[in-house]
Write a protein that binds this ligand. Sequence first.
Ligand code: BGC
Length: 724
Amino acid sequence: MSVSDNVDELISRMTLEEKAQFVVGRGVPGFFGNPPSRVPGAAGETRPIERLGIPSVVLADGPAGLRINPRREGDEKTYHATAFPVAIMLASTWNRELLEAVGRAMGEEVREYGVDILLAPAMNIHRNPLCGRNFEYYSEDPLLSGEMAAAFIKGVQSQGVGACVKHFVANNQETNRRIVDTIVSERALREIYLKGFEIAIKKSKPWAVMSAYNKLNGKYCSQNEWLLTKVLREEWGFEGFVMTDWFAGDDPVEQMRAGNDMIMPGKAYQIDSKRKDEVEEIMNAVKEGRLSEEVLDRNVRNILKVLVNSPSFKGYKYSSQPDLEAHAKVAYEAGIEGVVLLKNEGVLPLKEDASIALFGTGQIETIKGGTGSGDTHPRYVISILEGMRERNLKVDEELAEIYTRYVREMREKEEYRIKRGPFGQPIMPRLPQDFLGEDQLKRYAERNDVAIIVISRISGEGYDRKPEKGDFYLSDDEKSLLEKVSKVFHEHGKRVVVLLNIGSPIEVASWRGLVDSILLIWQAGQETGRIVADTIVGKVNPSGKLPTTFPRDYSDVPSWNFPGEPKDDPQRVVYDEGIYVGYRYYDTFGVEPAYEFGFGLSYTTFEYKNLDVKVLNDSIKVSFEVTNTGDFPGKEIAQVYVRAPKGKLDKPFQELKGFHKTRLLKPGETEKVEVEICLRSLASFDGEKWLLEKGEYEVRVGASSRDIRLTGKFTIDKERRYNP
Ligand code: BGC
């Protein structure tokens, strides 16, 4: 008997109550009298139907690593999972193989800790740099986002467990995320916000999709039939199942009808007295003829078809001992390739014996990732200071001791104590950074070769960042530290490096002139300190590039009405900027960013040559050569942008249509690159169909969106239309 016969047979034996139970989770495991999860710390579980031999399956977060509790009551053993770099950093690698390797490693931890589905990847578009969860998301560009997600999903699912892409769709802010009505044109939706999901779903067939909290053009995503049935299933051919985000929406019956197969975590009435038991509501709706049982059967089938392949259904005996050593290496490799060198005036790489004065409390309180469901509980986090010590770099130990003591003493004071926020997230009041006297600074400048200043930021689920000092802008004390250290070190003929330990862009344009080098280390997970140490001395050459624009100022950001109206309690957010998100806006409207999309320096230089563009039946083939022309081994991320001719539809100045990361090229070495771009992906949505206009297109191959090295042309003779 095939699996699908089996599924139909199972469904035919289920009572109405069992079906209704099956599509609603068990409630938050271990809370409000619910049974504890089989895997403590997991986010949710489906209900078992013992009579039919249907086990429960376990779902756990999240994008930077499996999020489960590291300790269990009355158990000596530990259950740590690897903390990988955050997604924005993974996307900065532009390396599909690496994303697949990260997925494989996470997938093994998922399986070996007894979990069935990982609630990742998260792939909402960076519409605005202040979205509190941008660190969990890949990019402002749907192609990069979709490609990264597709590779990651492939890796996860190669381990026999499922991936769940989220949050479908247009969940681009945290402010009022559960109720806000997101108003987006169909063109912007299809070309920007849905596109990444479409790529990932078609390429890698994730087991599940999580519908988003927000409303989309008037209807909750989880209750939106157009989104979940027409687009996702009928147009894209999605064959997995859809689950809600946790407690999302307000009408379980409408969720069932819309094609939201599963309601998670279930028992919303336990946290909100206005809500009713979803199981009863669904049963009543069927009994009263408001919901056809066929719809319920369809949803049960969608879920069962996937879950019959899960480890829990197969009775897999998990070890609780994933290969954490091997995965630490993967986390390190991924971080190494995600570091982005933003500025470098003759400083980096440092000599291995350079003496370093390390400033900023972030050297000790290094941020490994963001807070909320995207958090992780690794065995350790190597801070920047520890990493440098471990790699035997010559850190000024007296200064390091001063910082260590400062952090310890300040955190003991009431006003700086680390507390828990409304979402359980640690609230770390920012410590004043400018506490060293001028004499001290002078001494460290005299006896060290270089100053390194760490600037850190943390954000997380449930709240957005602020366009204020101490968040998007440097605080006064940070600015003053930068000014003083730069002045004194420069007076002594010494250089200054800034490390940005952040999860989403901050303002850099007003202060970058003060310093000689800026290394964007993002939030690199448990291996952060090692990654930093090895990069600054050139054991590895930074090869990351920005997956998102660093604007010069917040006032330049096109999503000017973020996070919606009314400002103090947004109910609606209108995406007025349409398709002009990120570089699509900055390039088209001539707004200069601080660092553009796709930007990143290297310790070596690359030359591009011999561009060839061929038009095939349904695609174009772009080939060129990249040569390492410097004297350091390195990898280059070559980007292919396409500029459309003037036609009926407005088009952005250019759009990313392909990319390739080279292998490690030795000085003088060349790699021949071939990128195939399907013609359909050049089309724009005209309201009904995808339209590829005729005319002359320009192919722009570059090292960033604004560092175009080669251009070529091709012509489309006849316009083409494609069904959505
Ligand atoms: C988040 C999801 C997460 C879920 C379970 C929700 O609040 O938005 O991303 O997977 O919780 O933890």
